[in-house]
Design a protein around this ligand. Structure first.
Ligand SMILES: Cc1cc2nc3c(=O)[nH]c(=O)nc-3n(C[C@H](O)[C@H](O)[C@H](O)COP(=O)(O)OP(=O)(O)OC[C@H]3O[C@@H](n4cnc5c(N)ncnc54)[C@H](O)[C@@H]3O)c2cc1C
Length: 304
């Protein structure tokens, strides 16, 4: 059989693509292939569970647009499928005058992105979050938390109930393109599709290389670790607490995240891993190749 579409990857991108496509083209045959024994076992099931409002994104960009629409769409999806979520809101806290300046610029960006964001004085911040110190903050109301593994599993169920097919434990190991079809080789057999959609997350470059596509990117192994605070601290904060981002760093910064199960995590640190010979070596030896990157203050603060 030749499927109309074969989708690689059972994270949130692969599953939402499959689910949307099956709704738009109910007569199409769609097969989703996932290499793990369950969905969302990589980024999707290991993230912070935050539905972001889109504070950081350049006004007018697709990211800003999708993020604003995405919060509402995800909340609607959760309500329809009885998936618990909490609109706990987010505080971006400034701790010095430089961050205060950046905070003003960020507020202007929120306005341009049509995000409901309110400035808080030091006193108002203390009142909202007695355990957090800062000279001021931005309160973003729409930011919410959810269990993305549950969202992903529900999308998989919806996709299948509409006639979609998926196969777990099916790792794509080779691809070739013929005139009318793509041949997808897996560890459990060969599948044929008229179109292939790759949603392989951090394996994106490897999938592209299977087809010898001339790509201009490469995934660099990068690891961020979060710590869970002890359960007695579950009421330490009521909001998600983020720093005002430093434009010199490609991260949101170390943050306190309320999780939907009531726990609080703190992180991430940032570890970059590579083999001395250069990128492209994937058998990372954790002992000799992970290196600490930036955030020297993180460890010191955590010890305190
Ligand atoms: C630490 C961290 C925290 C984050 N926090 C948030 C957050 O709070 N909110 C937010 O919105 N975003 C967050 N993100 C980003 C978000 O999690 C990702 O953008 C999103 O999960 C990406 O989904 P995906 O489907 O592209 O990738 P993934 O979830 O990684 O899924 C890719 C899937 O493809 C499969 N696959 C790969 N290769 C093959 C193959 N050869 N054959 C078959 N299957 C294959 C994998 O097994 C995997 O299941 C965070 C990311 C990280 C890393």
């Amino acid at each position: 059989m030749i499927y109309d579409y074969i989708i690689i990857g059972g994270g949130i991108i692969g599953l939402s693509t499959a689910w949307q496509l099956q709704q738009q083209q109910p007569r199409s045959s769609i097969l989703l292939l996932e290499k793990e024994s369950d969905f969302a076992l990589h980024q999707t099931g290991r993230n912070s569970g935050v539905m972001h409002a889109g504070v950081y994104y350049a006004p007018g960009s697709l990211k800003a647009h999708f993020c604003r629409e995405g919060v509402t769409a995800t909340q609607d999806f959760c309500r329809r499928h009885r998936i618990p979520y909490q609109q706990c809101g987010k505080l971006l806290v400034a701790t010095n005058s430089l961050e205060e300046e950046r905070m003003v610029a960020l507020l202007a960006r929120c306005k341009q992105n049509r995000i409901d964001a309110v400035p808080l004085t030091q006193k108002q911040l203390k009142k909202r979050e007695p355990n957090i110190s800062g000279v001021g903050a931005i309160y973003v109301k729409a930011t919410s938390i959810v269990d993305y593994q549950r969202v992903a599993q529900t999308m998989a169920n919806e996709f299948r109930s509409m006639g979609g097919h998926y196969l777990l434990k099916h790792e794509v190991i080779g691809l070739s393109e013929e005139k009318e079809q793509v041949v997808v080789n897996t560890n459990h057999g060969i599948y044929h599709g008229r179109f292939l959609i790759a949603c392989a997350g951090l394996m994106a470059d490897r999938i592209a290389r299977m087809l010898d596509l001339p790509i201009d990117f490469q995934i660099i192994p990068f690891r961020g670790e979060y710590y869970q605070l002890s359960a007695r601290l579950n009421n330490l904060t009521q909001h998600l607490i983020y720093p005002i981002p430093d434009p010199n760093l490609p991260f949101l910064g170390v943050h306190l995240t309320r999780m939907i199960d009531g726990s609080i995590t703190v992180g991430p640190n940032a570890l970059l891993g590579w083999k001395r010979e250069g990128y492209g070596q994937y058998n990372l030896d954790l002992k000799d190749s992970w290196e600490m990157l930036r955030f020297p203050g993180f460890w010191a603060n955590l010890k305190k």
